[in-house]
Write a protein of this length. Sequence first.
Length: 352
Amino acid sequence: MKAVSLFCGAGGMDVGVQNAGFKIVAANELDAYACKTYRENHKETILYEGDIENNFDAIGTHKNIDLVIGGPPCQGFSIAGKMDPDDPRSKLVFSFCDVIERVMPKAFIMENVKALGSLEKFKSIRENIFERMLSKGYTMSMVILNAKDFGVPQSRERVFIIGVYGKSKQITYSDFECKKEKAISLRESIIHLGPAGSERNSRVTKAKITLAEKPVLRKSPYAGMLFNGQGRPLNPDAWSSTLPASMGGNRTPIIDENHLYNNMSSWVETYHRSLIEGSRQAKYGDAPKQLRRLTIDEAIVLQTFPENYIFIGPQSKIFSQIGNAVPCKLAQVVAEVVKLRILSLTENNNVK
């Protein structure tokens, strides 16, 4: 089965879709570093580099395509941004639709942040997409999935807008129940890499960690803001919080090395408890040396990329590529469900 990938980034969604049994014959991406990474790992795929609107004609030459996939840039919809429907990047969901109308695949999967699928302010955009694709003969569905429910060691909610050509039952959350898999903890997922700086975990993040003078305290020590910047500590015995594309600096999540590798008590939990109880006053200063930032190698694992996946670019660009990706394992689950629907429709048509 053949697929085309739009806004492919470094290729996280593509890895999952390939694992589901599709061959990615063509892809499109604007970011130069992501293109270099994609070419290195997907040598048999034709990559159209640059603005998608400049590549409509080339992409449109691909016929008899079973699946089109892609995650149009989400900054206009993301809670990490301004959530502006008029952001030019918000319009790229319609560029995705432009390609569907040219290629007319048997199915498509559009991925984006949860807000696009859940907030009232984006209702008109959702309705526009649905009306446009319904008019082309697609049965439309929308599901919001959390990666941690499907074996990904990261809490990451995303919306998937799915179209299947022809009359079909809608794809609902119940179609994914059989694919559910309990996520392993952060500790279980990355401990085999070894401490930061070791051979398998060599790409360390050098951004400094400082204690906040006026921390924002929450019930959990792994919420709130104990440190300056938006990088929060990760609980080794739970799954990771959502990895942002802005990692590399003070937004990079924080790990207690002694807690993770040396079976010592959590400094973060002890510090948080002392602030809550009032036995210690918050004070600006350097964090203990046992606290360090998440590494590139660990982020790769938490996004369920293959560990030997080659990323190209400076550290900030690699983190951006990882943080922007769809977890490969989640993409595989969605592609498998859609593939079954394509096959069932094909069989029904053959019977008729």
